[in-house]
Design a protein around this ligand. Structure first.
Ligand SMILES: C[S@@+](CC[C@H](N)C(=O)[O-])C[C@H]1O[C@@H](n2cnc3c(N)ncnc32)[C@H](O)[C@@H]1O
Length: 193
């Protein structure tokens, strides 16, 4: 379990309450996950916080209900850009950021059409295979930036597949919350020509 301050815990509780309210109208998480928001979604996102340096700018791709981007904005107080194409989810993300006092910019567009300033860190969860994530991330990341992707059991296969198209420095870290899941950390990557 990731340890957070009492104040951060209270802000995350506010986020969880708001998500549960909004989830009755829009599908931010599966309805059966509302009762297990902390272990399944919040803790899963929080484990990235300790891999992110203080002050680093973060861009989160396909943020959905705010995992992991909004959770990281609350836990780290770093500036976070959330890219999400679903307008109703963007309305939730803006409202949750306001209520939880998170430094967030929401870009209500498809990733391919979003051009935020290059970030120090790119995150994503439950969005696309690694190869596609790297393709989206490259122009949105500083040259010396790092990608942190929350992945399921197929992380090793995705890394093998992506290695055919990308030169990269990569590590697979075991997820602390999802048995069999993993964090794929990628830096210094460029397309094989
Ligand atoms: C399966 S959900 C995962 C949401 C969140 N990351 C999580 O772990 O709960 C994928 C999200 O990515 C968004 N999405 C999918 N393709 C996208 C794209 N090309 N540009 C922006 N958002 C996209 C969807 O609208 C959806 O909210």
């Amino acid at each position: 379990m990731t340890t957070v301050s009492r104040e951060t815990h209270a802000r995350l509780e506010r986020f969880a309450d708001l998500l549960a309210q909004w989830n009755t109208k829009i599908n931010l998480v599966s309805p059966r996950d509302v009762a297990s928001l902390w272990p399944r979604h919040i803790e899963d996102s929080l484990q990235l916080a300790e891999l992110i340096p203080a002050g680093a700018t973060i861009t989160d791709l396909g943020s959905g209900g705010g995992f992991p981007g909004l959770i990281l904005a609350i836990a780290t107080d770093n500036p976070v850009t959330l890219i999400e194409s679903d307008q109703r989810k963007c309305a939730f993300l803006r409202e949750a950021a306001r209520i939880c006092g998170a430094k967030v910019t929401v870009i209500p567009k498809r990733i391919e059409a979003a051009f935020p300033p290059p970030a120090d860190i790119i995150t994503a969860r439950a969005l696309a295979p690694l190869n596609k994530l790297l393709n989206w991330a490259r122009p949105l990341l500083r040259e010396d930036g790092v990608c942190l992707f929350l992945k399921g059991q197929k992380a090793p296969e995705e890394l093998t597949e992506a290695s055919r198209d990308w030169h990269m420095t990569s590590t697979i870290l075991p997820s602390r919350t999802d048995g069999g899941g993993a964090i794929i950390k990628v830096s210094d990557f460029k397309r094989v020509v």
